[in-house]
Design a protein around this ligand. Structure first.
Ligand SMILES: N[C@@H](CCC(=O)N[C@@H](CS)C(=O)NCC(=O)O)C(=O)O
Length: 237
């Protein structure tokens, strides 16, 4: 049984990014294990056979292997920025995240890999994503600095890694697209110390490696990795 929580993670996975954001925000001390998706470690598959990241293993034995559940668990430990929804924000939070994780994620994958989804062109998938989600997010951010108003919320933290991916598919297009409020919001996120801290590169974990901690102090790794970060997994999620 581990002494402290262990997070199996993949650096560029949007689900793992959102989990790391919440864990870091809550300052939960934990051991981070970077996973290569093509060679998932036995130790991870033994506790979560479905084989997706992120997976959080708690010292008491509990396994949490859905990113939103990890976020909720983390912010229930500590929520210094008040990100968990208040009772009147519950439905709006749920609806925004459900749209993101459901139909928007499907369109995002089509936009990223149109050759795997030959029904439409890349531009058509992008237009569908704009109509479904991107336009609405931009409108929200014209009204207020965060998706649900003035205050940072679980919705911002859960959705931003996916908008980052959307923006990266065609960065030149996104830079000139008519969504300036969304662009500012995304830039503020990805330039924040919190985001930088959770995007630090780590080598792929192997059984027997020393721990790498995602610890309380922003941007600081308690233990230096034994092997160079160039071995970090780079297969696309
Ligand atoms: N519903 C899961 C989805 C996690 C997920 O699909 N993660 C991807 C990486 S982005 C994964 O692990 N895929 C397995 C694979 O590629 O083998 C969650 O929210 O945690």
């Amino acid at each position: 049984m581990p002494q402290q929580p262990i997070l199996y993670s993949f650096r560029r996975c949007p689900y793992a990014i959102r989990a790391r954001l919440a864990l870091k925000c809550a300052q939960v001390p934990l051991e981070l294990r970077e996973v290569a998706l093509r060679h998932k470690p036995e130790a991870m598959l033994a506790i979560s056979p479905k084989g997706t990241v992120p997976v959080l293993q708690l010292p008491g034995g509990q396994i949490i292997d859905e990113s939103l559940d990890i976020m909720n668990w983390a912010l229930q430990q500590a929520d210094p920025q008040g990100c968990l929804p208040r009772s009147d924000d519950h439905q709006a939070t749920h609806d925004l995240i459900a749209r993101n994780d459901g139909p928007f994620k499907v369109l995002l994958d089509c936009y990223k890999y149109p050759e795997r989804h030959p029904g439409h062109t890349r531009a058509n998938y992008r237009n569908q994503a704009i109509e479904l989600c991107i336009h609405d997010l931009n409108q929200r951010l014209i009204q207020a600095p965060c998706l649900l108003g003035d205050k940072l919320s679980l919705a911002d933290m859960a959705i931003v890694p996916f908008i980052r991916q959307f923006a990266q598919v065609d960065a030149d297009w996104f830079a000139g697209a008519p969504f300036p409020a969304l662009r500012i919001w995304l830039n503020q996120w990805v330039e924040s110390p919190l985001f930088h801290a959770v995007m630090a590169k780590h080598p792929v974990w192997q059984a027997g490696d020393g721990p790498i901690h995602l610890i309380a102090k922003l941007g600081v790794s308690a233990a230096q990795p034994k092997r160079p970060a160039t071995q970090a997994a780079d297969s696309s999620p």
